[in-house]
Design a protein around this ligand. Structure first.
Ligand code: ADP
Ligand code: MG
Ligand code: MG
Length: 909
């Protein structure tokens, strides 16, 4: 072997060079094959060409890499020959090989496996004689020519009908013979297929099928390296952040044969149920089959275990009699093999201490393992497996917490469609899975009508071209949202995720006609009131009502959350504006409200009129009259929040958005306001025009409003404190925190603080009773972060408004970034969307700085985050390291944040 770097690692009975820890060099498949050999599990001998050789191939080309590895590969083949007692290229008793790709991360899109390599017209005769089974030899040859022709020689379809040219040839022959299955073809048929396949290759590729085994082997090795750089693989890497430099390994391995007759077969199995997580060994196999026959779906596979077989029969409506005779389990059919398999799977799961997904082949009564890896699983399986493995003592608490991907908890939190019902439903469109969940309802096209229908007790799906901030309440009322336009960060998508509401966005085939109140796809049309079902986890739109089931938050999920709470340092609060949201948040384990946006309450029912009156009034007197109408409503809102959050902090932010968002822009509603306020329509129109701003996000908003109109701050303060006193009197434990938005200077803070304190003094004097409350500020302008020490001398808490802080630090608004951000992300201009995951190096620096400055002047200052980042696991890890006290996120993300906070604590111990 070469003296510098090692290029080839053998595995077998006599020697195994690699192990499971060497995934970087051997790829996942190669590393685990080596590990299985070390564990004494029967694995056909072979060798792995390292990923480093692939890198040489990419950088220096085929000649260079072949020169580098040639001697090592020859030595590898010699090793396998030794182990198997057969010679590669020996026509009388040929050693056959499989060539398999395998990179560090499992990667669909890489090269397909080639089986039975080494066969040619002479060797097939030798193989037949040696096995005393001519059909088997020709079946193997047929498969080899097919796979090699496709994968290495690149035989391509010539038309749509011709999607798989070899299968077309097979189908033609089967039709001619009047048979259904490949297994029904006899030796002569298989010989015929080999001939035809070779002819097809000759005609289309213009080359003869190679007969020399070594030429075959080098061709296959080359094809694996090449496949690392094919388009499919590149796209997959791009989507999954896998560096091009990783490369793929090549596994060359002695063949074992599942197609040797009735005592042979091949299968796949999971040590636990990948769908539910149940600790039940399960899998499928086929008798007299090879390679991927099981997953190809042409024959009905049989179940590995008796229990699985019985369950399968129930679902497939197969009688016990038929099951036993036609589809017996491996456990019944080959008890001896089954015992070996059970032993291997138990050993593997214990060894890896995780659920394994294994591939195996049995050859004439003997079991061979061909692959093992940590199995992919659903979110609920992830939770259940982690909790049960903890209980079973297989993993410890920290590992159990690490085993669950916080994002995957999403799947458990939203109602889901009954899988059985989905099968029967008709899918009419597909869009982006913008916000997970399952929703069924009647189509409505307008947000206000959505609210109206819901008030009448109906379930609705809001179908829109796209949504805008005015649709908020309608979106909240709807069971689900479907938009024809917009991406994953469109208004509909972002808002729906925040609400934990099912949403499909960008369903391009859907045409919405607001005028006719219809929705069409192709030449079919549906009208208002028709039923739709949306699967926000897949983006599938179904016609009619598909039954859903509620998510279960007990059991393993509850155990996981309790465990997370024991490790996390950050508290998790929720952003909630209504008592209902607050209640949901508390159910999800929120320890308080980190952000109540008071303006969301302003849209409710009749009160929008009072809000508009307040804004459209020309003098303080008019505003105060309107505010007086609002006071009891706001007070009632806050009472509800304090009731639901008794004992926990409730942070209430004073009015924040530009007033322009509240006023009517259509003449009909302007007329209503003119009438209501008894002024000419022209006055209303002028006032609306006055409010127009070029950059509303950087305009007259936040504390600037309260400074211009202190009476608004007064009213809101009064509402908060009176509500607090009222609820305290009823025995609730009220912890109010009043928060001033968009502060940039100390004077701004002080000016608002003065109004708040004076109002508080007045309220306490009137009521003859005090209420403790905290007075703090958002840190969401870069200037506030820069002078956080001066502000910290005045404010009792900081809450980082990372949405605005990001917009203002980056210098672009979230609403306008859609035009360039996607291409920026694609080109690597930014690593991640800074609105989804906090920009740690830039915006994060401001956060760290403000934390330090704040604590330097007020050691006990309370520090939290209330932007969307508060629910993002990567950002949460950052906030943990920055030393914040809490994060606040939408109610549905609270469990995700609790788990992410625990992981942050464990990873930074
Ligand atoms: P994938 O990466 O798509 O899972 P594999 O390399 O695991 O592809 O190969 C697919 C299947 O081919 C395996 O599950 C196994 O059934 C079969 N196979 C691979 N190598 C051998 C071998 N040496 N002997 C018998 N069957 C094999
Ligand atoms: Mg495999
Ligand atoms: Mg803000």
């Amino acid at each position: 072997m070469s003296t510098e770097t090692k290029n080839v690692y053998v595995f077998g009975a006599a020697r195994t060079d690699g192990d499971a820890k060497m995934k970087n060099i051997l790829g996942g498949k190669g590393a685990n094959l080596a590990e299985m050999c070390r564990l004494g599990i029967a694995v056909p001998s072979g060798f792995t060409i390292s990923t480093e050789a692939c890198t040489v191939y990419t950088e220096q080309g085929k000649e260079a890499v072949f020169k580098l590895i040639e001697a090592d590969v020859r030595a590898g083949v010699a090793f396998v020959e030794q182990e198997m007692g057969k010679k590669f290229g020996d026509a009388a008793d040929p050693l056959l090989l499989s060539v398999r790709s395998g990179s560090r991360a499992s990667m669909p899109g890489m090269m397909d496996t080639i089986l039975n390599l080494g066969l040619n017209d002479e060797a097939v005769v030798g193989l037949a004689r040696k096995a005393n089974n001519e059909r088997f030899a020709w079946d193997s040859y047929r498969r080899f020519v097919q796979m090699y022709g496709d994968v290495v020689m690149g035989l391509k379809p010539v038309s749509k009908e011709d999607h798989d040219p070899f299968e077309v040839v097979i189908d033609m022959l089967k039709e001619k013979k009047g048979v259904q299955l490949d297994t029904e073809l006899n030796t002569e048929d298989l010989k015929e297929l080999v001939l035809r396949f070779k002819g097809l290759i000759r005609a289309r590729v213009g080359r003869e099928f190679p007969t020399d085994p070594w030429e075959q082997l080098w061709g296959a090795v080359n094809a694996v390296f090449q496949s690392w750089n094919n388009d499919r693989a590149k796209v997959y890497r791009e989507l999954n952040d896998i560096p091009d430099s990783w490369g793929t390994a090549v596994n060359v391995q002695a063949m074992v044969f599942g197609n040797l007759g009735d005592k042979s077969g091949t299968g796949v199995a999971f040590t636990r149920d990948a769908g539910t997580g149940e600790d039940l060994f399960n899998g499928e196999f086929l008798v007299n089959a090879q390679g991927e026959d099981v997953v190809a779906g042409t024959r009905t596979p049989q179940q590995v275990t008796l229990e699985g077989s019985r369950r399968w029969a129930k679902l497939a409506l197969v009688s016990e009699e038929e099951r036993r005779t036609r589809f017996p389990s491996l456990e019944e059919l080959m008890p001896d093999i089954y015992a070996q398999l059970l032993q291997a799977e138990t050993k593997l799961e214990q060894h890896y201490s995780d659920m394994q997904d294994v591939e195996f082949t049995m050859q004439e009564g003997r079991l061979w393992m061909l692959q093992t890896r940590n199995g992919k699983r659903t979110g609920s399986a992830m939770v259940r497996i982690a909790m049960e493995m903890l209980q079973q003592g297989i993993i410890d608490e920290k590992e159990a917490l690490r085993r669950v991907d916080p994002e995957r908890l999403n799947e458990l939190l939203h109602p889901v469609f009954d899988p059985a019902e989905i099968k029967k439903a008709r899918s009419i469109a597909h869009g982006l899975p913008a916000s997970p969940g399952a929703a069924t309802g009647q189509i409505v096209f307008f947000a206000d009508e959505a609210e109206e229908w819901v008030r009448k007790g109906k379930d609705v799906i809001l179908v829109r071209q796209e949504t805008s901030p005015e649709d908020l309440r309608g979106m909240s009322a709807a069971k689900g949202i479907l938009t024809a336009r917009g991406g994953m960060t469109s208004h509909a998508a972002v808002v729906a995720r925040g609400m934990g509401k099912c949403c499909i966005s960008g369903a391009g085939a859907v045409r919405v006609d607001y005028h006719a109140r219809t929705m069409s796809i192709g030449n079919e049309t549906w009208k208002e009131g028709d039923w739709l079902s949306l699967d926000g986890s897949t983006g599938e739109v179904y016609l009619g009502q598909v039954a859903t089931k509620e998510a279960e938050l007990t059991g393993d999920f509850g155990t996981l959350m309790d465990l997370a709470d024991r490790y996390k340092k950050l508290a998790v609060r929720a952003n909630a504006d209504t008592p209902d949201d607050a209640k949901a948040a508390r159910n999800f384990g929120a320890k308080g409200i980190g952000l109540c946006r008071t303006e969301h309450m302003f849209f409710e029912g009749e009160r929008i009129k009072a809000v508009r009156e307040m804004i459209l009034s020309e003098d303080e007197g008019g505003r105060r009259r309107a505010l007086a109408k609002l006071l009891p409503m706001q007070r009632a809102d806050f009472e509800g929040l304090f009731r639901e959050m008794s004992g926990l902090a409730v942070t209430i932010r004073l009015l924040d958005p530009p007033l322009h968002e509240f006023v009517p822009h259509d003449e009909a509603n302007q007329k209503i306001m003119a009438h209501e306020m008894n002024v000419p329509l022209g006055v209303i129109k002028m006032r609306v025009d006055d409010l127009h701003e070029f950059n509303p996000m950087m305009g007259h908003r936040g504390c600037r409003l309260g400074i211009s109109y202190p009476e608004i701050t007064e009213m809101q303060t009064r509402a908060i404190l009176e509500a607090g006193l009222n609820m305290k009197a009823k025995g609730f434990d009220v912890k109010a925190e009043i928060m001033i938005p968009l502060v940039g200077t100390v004077r701004e803070f002080n000016s608002q603080a003065r109004v708040i304190r004076q109002t508080a003094a007045a309220v306490f004097a009137e009521r003859g009773e005090q209420l403790d409350y905290l007075l703090g500020t958002m840190i969401e302008t870069p200037r506030a972060a820069l002078i956080a020490d001066s502000i910290g001398q005045q404010a009792q808490f900081f809450s980082f408004g990372t949405n605005d802080l990001t917009q203002m630090t980056m210098g672009f608004s979230r609403d306008d970034a859609g035009k360039f951000l996607p291409s920026y992300l694609k080109d690597g201009m930014y690593e991640r969307d800074p609105f989804q995951s906090i920009d740690q190096k830039g915006v994060g620096l401001l956060v760290q700085m403000a934390v330090e400055k704040g604590r330097s002047v007020r050691p006990g200052i309370k520090l939290g985050v209330c932007g969307e980042h508060g629910g993002d696991p990567a950002s949460i890890e950052f906030f943990h390291r920055a030393g914040l006290d809490y994060v606040s996120c939408s109610p549905f993300r609270v469990p995700i944040a609790r788990l992410a906070a625990a992981q942050a604590a464990i990873n930074n111990e």
